[in-house]
Each structure stands twice: as structure tokens, then as C-alpha cells.
Design a binder for this molecule. Structure first.
Ligand SMILES: [Fe+2]
Ligand SMILES: [Fe+2]
Length: 304
């Protein structure tokens, strides 16, 4: 172990040991915390690391290592393929697993929505949602842990990811706990505003719904995901767009995404800023009639 103290200018993120060993050496240094605010270099970038090293750490009672915050992107890229395995590690605190999920998911969402997506990136997003779905179905506190690591959505990727995770949780209650449906809901949320990509500067852009649906149709995404992009601004009372559909004429997945999308908009953009519970109150009161009652009620209960 190299024990030179780390630079005090850096800030650090704790990471679980799971998922760290891979064929390629880690392109970033790993640190140990030896006391509050004291980090020492454990492995330099590209330093060798195998299961026996991790075994020795565990034998010493060390359950986590640290990376510099500037290396978070590289770290999440590295563990993307082992995400499901990390989320299954019961030895890793749920909060820490939720943080890895959020980090990986945000890096994939950012790529997914940086330009009109391709099949390969959609496939990666699908895998992330599948892993998230597994976590939600295994652990009843997963949603609470995921919610804690989601901040206010200040960009399209953050907004889309928050909507995706919340759609998945709501679908589990109002549609089906079947993982196919839940993953579709996650993807529907993640991709609902894909028509905005390349037009982010437009404040008012009602065409994004049809543009997005067309894009997703070309990528051969499931009908429910395409429907959600097309109809997430339709309102239960017929006041929405693009077609002024009403009630059950709006596809169920679009009703679900529309509700969650509106919540995140209130929570993230309302001025002055509001907390989660005020955002829920506004959703239930100011948007009365816009959404299906049973979905609104179930959504409020998710936050209990
Ligand atoms: Fe939208
Ligand atoms: Fe949206």
C-alpha cells in the first residue's frame, strides 16, 4: 500500500468494493480513508487490483474505498456493466447501492439524450432500468433510497431520469409488478421528452411530443413507450395536446408519465422553489381533473 496523503484540495466519494475488479486496470486512483478527512492513496491509476486485494481489505473490515469526485464519471462508466451485481450485494448499504445506480443511470441518460439516441444506447438504458427494477422488487425501501439521491432536475437528463424512476415505482403499484411492464415504464419516463433533444432552447415546443414518438418508433421501441412520448401532455379532462384526447382514450402509460412529468416540473421549476410535499399538494389541487384519480392517489402514497 502506498501511503502518501492525498491532496487536501480534492473531495471524495465512497464506493463499494463490488464491481471494482475488471480485466482492464482502473484508470483512476483509489483511496482509503484512515481518519475523518484523511485519505491515503491505496492504488494509483492503472494499478493492479484483483479479488485477493479486495479480500484482504474485507478481512481488515474495510467495506469501501474512495475515489476523487473528479473521477466519478470514469468510475460510473467502469461499473456500468456490473451494475446489476452491485445492486444485488446485500453487504453494501442500500444508500450506497442507490448512489451507484443513480451515478450509472445519470451517465447513461446523459449520453442517451445528448443527441438523437441510437439502438446501442437505448439498450444500455434498458439494462440500467432492468437493474433498477430488480432492486425495487427485492427491497421495499429501494424507492426511498433512490429518491434521496435524486436532486432537483436541472437538465433534460436529470429530469428524464427522475421521471423514469418514479414512473417505474408508480407502474409497479397501478399497472403491474411484472418486470417487463416496470422496465417499459422506466424507459417511457426516461425517453418521454426525447423529442426535445436538439431543441432544448425552445421554451414552448408542443411538437416535441410527435417528434419524440417518431424517433422512438424508428428505434422499434415498445408501443407503450412510443405512446408515452406522443401523449404525455394529454390531460384526462381533454385539455392537453397534441390531440386533446380524453380519459381512457389516452394510453395508460402516457397517463402515468404525464402525471409524474408534471410532478417533477412543479418540484424542479416552480418559483419560489417548493419541497416535495408542497409539490405533491400543488399536483393534487391545481391539476385536479388533469390526471386519473387512482393514479394521483397512488402517486401520493409512494411518498408516504
Ligand atoms: Fe414533454
Ligand atoms: Fe418532461
Amino acid at each position: 500500500m502506498v501511503s502518501s496523503p492525498a491532496s487536501t484540495a480534492d473531495t471524495y466519494t465512497a464506493i463499494p468494493l463490488a464491481g471494482l475488479v475488471a480485466r482492464e486496470p482502473a484508470p483512476f486512483p483509489l483511496y482509503l480513508r484512515t481518519a475523518e478527512d484523511v485519505w491515503v492513496l491505496y492504488r494509483p491509476a492503472e494499478g493492479p487490483l484483483d479479488e485477493s486485494h479486495l479480500g484482504r481489505l474485507q478481512a481488515e473490515g474495510i467495506a469501501q474505498l474512495f475515489i476523487r469526485d473528479v473521477d466519478r464519471r470514469a468510475y460510473f462508466g467502469r461499473v456500468e456493466r456490473s451494475l446489476d451485481g452491485i445492486l444485488r450485494e446485500r453487504g453494501v448499504a442500500l444508500e450506497q447501492r442507490a448512489e451507484v445506480l443513480q451515478g450509472v443511470a445519470l451517465s447513461v441518460a446523459t449520453e442517451l439524450l445528448a443527441a438523437p439516441p441510437d439502438r446501442d444506447t437505448v439498450q444500455r438504458a434498458n439494462k440500467v432500468m432492468l437493474a433498477a427494477c430488480g432492486l425495487m422488487n427485492r427491497d421495499k425501501d429501494a424507492l426511498r433510497a433512490i429518491r434521496r439521491v435524486l436532486g432537483a432536475s436541472d437538465g433534460l437528463a436529470e429530469h428524464s431520469l427522475t421521471v423514469g424512476f418514479l414512473c417505474m415505482a408508480l407502474a409497479k403499484v397501478v399497472m403491474s409488478a411484472d418486470s417487463t411492464v416496470m422496465v417499459q415504464a422506466g424507459l417511457a419516463g426516461l425517453l418521454h421528452d426525447v423529442g426535445r433533444v436538439g431543441h432544448e432552447n425552445l421554451e414552448h415546443d408542443p411538437e416535441h411530443a410527435e417528434r419524440g414518438a417518431e424517433l422512438l418508433r424508428r428505434l422499434a421501441l415498445p408501443k407503450a413507450v412510443v405512446d408515452a412520448a406522443l401523449s404525455h401532455h394529454e390531460r384526462f379532462d381533454g385539455s392537453g395536446y397534441p390531440h386533446g384526447l380524453r380519459g381512457s382514450h389516452i394510453p395508460e402509460m402516457a397517463r402515468l408519465v404525464g402525471l409524474v412529468n408534471t410532478f417533477d416540473k412543479i418540484y424542479s421549476t416552480q418559483q419560489p422553489r417548493v419541497g416535495v410535499f408542497d409539490a405533491l399538494r400543488i399536483l393534487a389541487q391545481a391539476y385536479r381533473g388533469c390526471f386519473e384519480e387512482r393514479m394521483t392517489v397512488a402517486f401520493l402514497q409512494l411518498f408516504r
